[in-house]
Design a protein around this ligand. Sequence first.
Ligand code: HEC
Length: 136
Amino acid sequence: AEMFDGKRAYEPAAFKAAADALSARAGGLTGEFPQGTLGAPSAARPEIDQARPEFEALARHIGRLADALAIKAGNAPPEITADMRMTGPPMDGGSLLGKRPGAAEADPARMPAEHLLHLILQDCTSCHSKFRQKQQ
Ligand code: HEC
């Protein structure tokens, strides 16, 4: 995200490493929160157990986006090109929880890298706001 925001020098290898890590971690996200491990001292809220399908759908959604980003990052050019940039409003109506009714699910493989990143960060926030205990 810092590379796309210009806060850190863009390097294709570092972009690929970050996207690969994200894709590897996001895929296994549901397995990280088994029944009986929720609540204090973990910040994972007990509500996860009452809303497993929603939690797992979010994890699958972010996993799909992260996989698409990792594939793109594998072919990342030496500089950020215009076609990697986000243009216009999000194509799939925003995050999973804030989706417009009836909005079609767009194909992540056809989204610019920056757009994928934006949707991934929305999924982080969506899940944390519902399933992660606020930090004191
Ligand atoms: C499907 C739900 C979900 C998604 C999606 C998600 N998280 Fe989380 N995240 C959690 C939960 C639940 C916790 C609390 C875990 C705990 O305290 O045991 C957490 C905790 C964290 C923590 C604190 C870890 C610690 O050691 O205390 C960080 C950092 C974090 N998430 C980053 C992210 C980022 C970045 C993304 C998006 C790329 C993301 N998360 C996406 C559910 C999610």
